[in-house]
Design a protein around this ligand. Structure first.
Ligand code: SF4
Length: 435
């Protein structure tokens, strides 16, 4: 039996090797996985050309996955440094890498990723078109935008952000309902400017069926981009954001009709009390398609700490239905992240994802925490380091302040509650004062 996409296979009842791998990893029955994939609630982004991929699935009932954004910019063009970040991100547990390169030979880097990297690879064709055609934005033709989508599909990209939700209608609504921060999506601002300058409809919306044909041919998953995501708390859940989400819901159904896998991109900046409601709105308007959130960043005042503001929002989002968290680094809003920023961002996103997995009841998610607690109870420091989400930092902190008594730490010393409880329950005398 033959199939085009993973969704097509699921609908035909064909268990692909990618589904088998995912079912084992997620501890889910293959039949259940296929059913969820046939309904569009679970996706396995894996381009047929990306043969070295270790497949992963996205879906609200599965383990929450994280994405790491990387890539060159006009101010930082060091490919080796970007590759070092990719390798480090994969080693640290990132399931996906988005290559957002916007300068230099972007195809070389993209192909290297899809030939060597086992993580899912995502791109944003809009950025690349501006670099590739090397001409003024207004001179790029509708055909040229779509040709870039084909080029990325041929290069083996597993998922692409396509800013197809901001059409002429959404743009009108946006202009009628002015915002504090306008449009902050890079791709959204580019396509909005192009529509304003040319007077034409968004080509990613107008030629959506052609894009679907390309995605179907290579099994590229569409990540329906949120050009109108709020860029500050004040703009959250406004008319433009919701109008675009309604369009994305309609486009989701059109993609599913052609067996193309879809996820929906989400906010953005958002007060914490709006996050859960936004997940519900998305699930309803986009028919349960997996939700990929960019943050959400829950306060605007913490440049240098936005890995924390986004982890808070990400945990609440994932607990309420988001499947996929885009990491945010401490460099957000300030500069391109360096290797250390990438590490901080990944750790923060993984903490958010893990906390959400426990809260939403992913089977065995808390085993890791229980193992850590058992090691803590025994004051088994080496086991604690091995289990730590960042063993290197945990070791470094302990080494930097050694306790007088090896089994405790310098926080409480002789007052170590863990040690004293173990001893008293073992029938020993606990003196504390003269020990
Ligand atoms: S000394 Fe205090 S902080 Fe350190 S392990 Fe014991 S109880 Fe925990």
């Amino acid at each position: 039996m033959t199939y085009t996409t993973q969704m097509d296979a699921a609908r035909q009842g064909i268990l692909t090797k990618e589904m088998e791998a995912v079912a084992k990893k997620e501890n889910i029955a293959p039949e259940r996985l296929m059913q969820l994939m046939a309904e569009g609630k679970v996706i396995i982004p894996c381009n047929k050309v990306h043969t070295c991929i270790e497949p992963n699935a996205l879906g609200s009932m599965l383990k929450t996955k994280i994405n790491v954004n990387l890539g060159t910019s006009r101010d930082l063009t060091d490919l080796d440094m970007e590759l070092e970040k990719v390798n480090r991100a994969v080693d640290m547990g990132a399931e996906a890498i988005m290559d957002l390169s916007s300068f230099g030979d972007t195809q070389k880097f993209r192909r290297k990723l899809t030939h060597e990297c086992p993580a899912m690879i995502g791109t944003v064709p809009i950025y690349d078109a501006v670099v590739y055609y090397h001409k003024a934005l207004g001179k790029i033709t509708a055909r040229e935008w779509i040709d870039i989508v084909r080029m990325h599909a041929e290069d083996g990209v597993d998922f692409m952000t396509i800013h197809c939700g901001i059409n002429k209608e959404t743009a009108k609504k946006f202009k009628r309902n002015r915002r504090l921060m306008n449009i902050v999506s890079r791709g959204g601002s580019i396509i909005f400017a192009w529509m304003e300058m040319t007077g034409e409809e968004n080509p990613f919306f107008q030629y959506f069926d052609e894009i679907l044909d390309i995605c179907r041919e290579y099994d590229v998953t569409l990540s329906l981009g949120d050009a109108c995501r709020p860029g500050c708390l004040q703009d959250a859940t406004d008319a433009s954001q919701i109008e675009e989400l309604i369009t994305l819901g309609e486009l989701t159904k059109r993609a599913w009709a052609k067996d193309v896998q879809v996820m929906i991109e989400g906010p953005g900046h958002m007060p914490l009390n709006q996050v859960a409601a936004n997940m519900e709105i998305q699930k309803t308007l986009c028919h349960g398609a997996p939700f990929y959130v960019l943050g959400p960043i829950v306060t605007d005042v913490a440049p240098g700490y936005d890995h924390i503001t986004s982890a808070i929002g990400g945990a609440v989002a994932a607990m309420n239905g988001a499947s996929f968290l885009c990491y945010v680094t401490p460099a957000e809003h300030l500069r391109l992240p360096d290797v250390d920023d990438v590490k901080e961002g990944i750790i923060a996103a993984r903490i958010a994802a893990h906390a959400a997995d426990i809260a939403k009841g992913v089977p065995n998610a808390m085993d890791w925490d229980n193992a850590m607690s058992a090691a803590r109870k025994k004051l088994d420091w080496n086991a604690m380091f091995d289990l730590a989400i960042d063993p290197e930092k945990a070791r470094r902190y302990r080494e930097s302040s050694r306790p007088e008594k090896e089994d405790t730490c310098s926080m409480c010393g002789n007052f170590c509650a863990v040690k004293n409880m173990n001893r008293i329950l073992d029938g020993e005398i606990v003196s504390i004062f003269d020990e």
